[in-house]
Design a protein around this ligand. Structure first.
Ligand SMILES: [Fe+2]
Ligand SMILES: [Fe+2]
Length: 320
């Protein structure tokens, strides 16, 4: 472990203080911009068949195709590093690390405040703080009459970004679109297969095959998805909350764009995963398109969301 750590109780590793929150925030915004461009180009209307259409999902601009070439150099450089370093061996180690230590012990609300402080204090000009993005996603769901568990999912879905201030190796194992490791890198992943030319797994006789270490129909639960804030928060929440499977899917797969937007990895899905896919598609517009709404008042909304948190996190203090 490198970097300076804040004082935490014994056995808890705590936060690094040497991470550049401003650069992290700017990268997050640019990644999101690329995701919005891709979303506008995609034909995702299946959601409306099974769930009430959200008002954010109205008109898609079909003229914009995967305009990643317009993405900034920062985004390109970021994805090249991520696609090179997200190997099977790294992902096995990340999961082992996750289970072998506690990074912090705090409530959900404290985690929201910490994320806000760590990222946004370094960026006084930020359009929208992390806590405001979380509240806006949740508030949009609340206005549309989404269930309480989903409102809470909107509220917490990005808390895994705390990983950047714990023991992540960099930005590449925290944010960005996710993908499966242990099988061939799909051309539907942002920047396509060529972006993985530096990843040693492309030369592995098993990992480089279409199904890799998996079998068709094995279920996405068995698939190792590139480690980042989605997968990390999913691991934190699945054993410490009473959130339903749909909520866990929204958390785990919200950056899994090759799957929920581009149609990759269908061969591994079960009928359960089909239901989860609909849930994630229901969630996604609230993540991408709630930011243009008016800024929420954190203190005014806090009591409502504290009730929600207490409903689904009965033990209050969470191990991160
Ligand atoms: Fe996210
Ligand atoms: Fe988000």
């Amino acid at each position: 472990m490198v970097g300076v750590l804040l004082q935490e109780p014994a056995g808890v590793i705590g936060f690094r203080t040497d991470r550049d929150g401003l650069a992290f925030e700017e990268l997050c915004d640019e990644i999101e911009h690329a995701d919005i461009l891709a979303d506008k180009a995609s034909k995702q209307d299946a959601i409306k068949q099974d769930y009430a259409a959200s008002k954010f999902d109205a008109e898609k601009d079909k003229t914009q195709f995967r305009q990643y070439e317009t993405a900034s150099d920062r985004v390109k450089t970021f994805y090249l590093e991520q696609h090179t370093k997200q190997t099977v061996s790294y992902n096995l180690k990340a999961r082992n690390d996750f289970h072998s230590k506690t990074r912090a012990e705090m409530s959900i609300w404290e985690a929201m405040e910490r994320l806000n402080t760590l990222i946004d204090e370094s960026d006084p000009d930020t359009d929208l703080s992390q806590i405001e993005h979380l509240l806006q996603s949740a508030e949009a769901m609340r206005r549309d009459g989404c269930p309480r568990w989903m409102q809470l999912t909107g509220l917490i879905h990005d808390l895994g970004k705390l990983l950047f201030f714990f023991d992540a190796q960099g930005q590449w194992d925290v944010v960005g679109d996710t993908f499966a490791v242990g099988c061939a890198f799909d051309d539907k992943i942002i920047y396509g297969k060529k972006s993985f030319s530096g990843n040693p797994d492309i030369n592995d006789p098993i990992y480089s095959t279409d199904n890799g270490i998996y079998t068709p129909g094995c279920g996405l639960e068995k698939i190792m998805i590139s480690w980042g804030h989605d997968e990390y928060l999913y691991h934190v929440v699945k054993d410490q909350s009473t959130l339903p499977d749909e909520a866990l899917a929204m958390i785990r797969y919200h950056s899994f764009y090759p799957w929920h937007q581009q149609g990759a990895y269908r061969q591994f899905m079960t009928t359960h995963d089909e239901k989860m896919l609909k849930a994630v598609k229901w969630f996604n517009p609230y993540d991408l398109y709630s930011k243009s709404d008016e800024k929420p008042c954190v203190e005014k909304l806090k009591p409502y969301y504290m009730d929600l948190i207490n409903e689904f996190f009965p033990q209050r203090v969470i191990k991160w």
